[in-house]
Design a protein around this ligand. Structure first.
Ligand SMILES: [Zn+2]
Length: 126
């Protein structure tokens, strides 16, 4: 199972590739839903996401980082998804979504996660 340091390294690399000017700190907590805090430069990942496997935990981290990078108030809309797709591309990930959350996750073209009922439970707050 990945650790906090691993997810921080993912966040650092993704933000560097996207030329984002600030470091964003990753936290892992025993909570139901992850979230991001743009002004605090912080994302919070629920511990259950780490238990779901390395690829899923990395996906979740990139999902939250995309909330920091995407335009304010873009929620899970089209502009958010464009940013998320770009950031996932840096990790050679691709998702097929059911509305927002991944139904299937691919790493370098290989399916690494799939579910009939996607849940991610991300609460979007600016
Ligand atoms: Zn989200």
């Amino acid at each position: 199972m990945l650790r906090l340091d691993d997810l921080q390294a993912v966040a650092d690399l993704i933000l560097e590739k996207d030329n984002y000017p600030n470091r964003v700190m990753v936290e892992v907590r025993l909570i139901k839903a992850g979230y991001s805090r743009r002004k605090q430069h912080k994302v919070v990942i629920p511990f259950w996401a780490l238990k779901r496997g390395d690829d899923y935990a990395i996906y979740y981290t990139i999902h939250e980082i995309a909330h920091i990078v995407s335009p304010p108030l873009s929620s899970h809309g089209t502009r958010y998804k464009q940013v998320e797709d770009r950031l996932l591309g840096y990790w050679e990930f691709m998702v097929k979504r059911k509305k927002v959350y991944p139904r299937t996750l691919y790493s370098r073209g290989q399916m690494v996660y799939t579910t009939v009922n996607p849940i991610l439970l991300c609460s979007v707050r600016e």
